[in-house]
Write a protein that binds this ligand. Structure first.
Ligand SMILES: [Zn+2]
Length: 239
């Protein structure tokens, strides 16, 4: 049985069709969802899991790569419906996911409101409102660089700070694959930094992108963009 299952979550954003790609990692004792979509996305997740032959009730863990709303938004409703599910994240991100610390994205968006041109103000205000709707959830398991689990045939936590300070990615040994989160997205067949304007530390993001590329994965599972196969010849780090 395939131990790595990429989900395709299709939705409308600002009247445009969009797709995000949470990934399921299976092992003897665990069904781990890596990132979970915006608030309200649980029905979409459940439907997509079922269509891939996986019972949503079998979920044991949700790993959150970082605290952006499209990655942790559905966490609260998942915990509400499936209270035994454990939340996994880096120590650095945990304070933001649990609400002990204010979302860095919201802080950034609020600061941007002051400098946004008039015609973009209403979008800025809406964006802040949508970030405030993300409901915090305590983190049960804190992980760090090099931690190893048997999920997906064996995987290792790779710290990839930059997009956010505690961002983590995953290296899957058996299939020589990488789950990038937002540390890398696909652009014209290459791995690049996701939305530089949303990258909190561009220098670190550049180092993290190079770190992921240097893993020489056969497949990169990108939350935004899907699967990139054998990118090594094409991958150019952009700083
Ligand atoms: Zn993000």
């Amino acid at each position: 049985m395939n131990q790595i299952v990429m989900l395709d979550i299709n939705f409308q954003y600002e009247n445009e069709p969009r797709t995000i790609h949470p990934v399921l990692l299976l092992s003897a004792n665990d069904v781990v969802l890596v990132d979970c979509g915006y608030p309200g996305f649980l029905p979409l997740l459940e439907a997509e899991m079922k269509s891939k032959g996986i019972d949503p009730g079998s979920l044991t863990k949700v790993l959150v790569t970082h605290h952006d709303d499209d990655h942790m938004g559905a966490l609260f409703e998942i915990k509400e419906k499936y209270p035994d599910v454990k939340v996994v994240a880096s120590s650095e991100e945990s304070g933001y996911i649990s609400g002990e610390r204010k979302s860095l994205r919201l802080l950034q968006a609020e600061e941007m409101l002051n400098v946004l041109p008039k015609e973009q103000k209403s979008f800025g205000i809406q964006f802040c409102e949508s970030l405030r709707k993300v409901r915090p959830v305590p983190v049960d398991i804190k992980v760090k660089d090099g931690d190893h689990f048997d999920w997906g045939g064996g995987c290792e936590i790779v710290e990839t700070p930059g997009h956010m300070p505690g961002h983590i990615s995953l290296y899957l040994k058996e299939s020589n694959s990488v789950i990038t989160g937002d540390a890398a997205v696909i652009d014209s067949g290459r791995l690049v930094i996701a939305n530089p304007q949303f990258t909190l530390d561009l220098d670190k993001a550049g180092d993290s992108l190079e770190k992921l590329i240097s893993l020489n994965g056969d497949r990169y599972y990108c939350y935004h963009g899907g699967i990139l196969k054998n990118p090594s010849s094409k991958a150019i780090p952009i700083n």
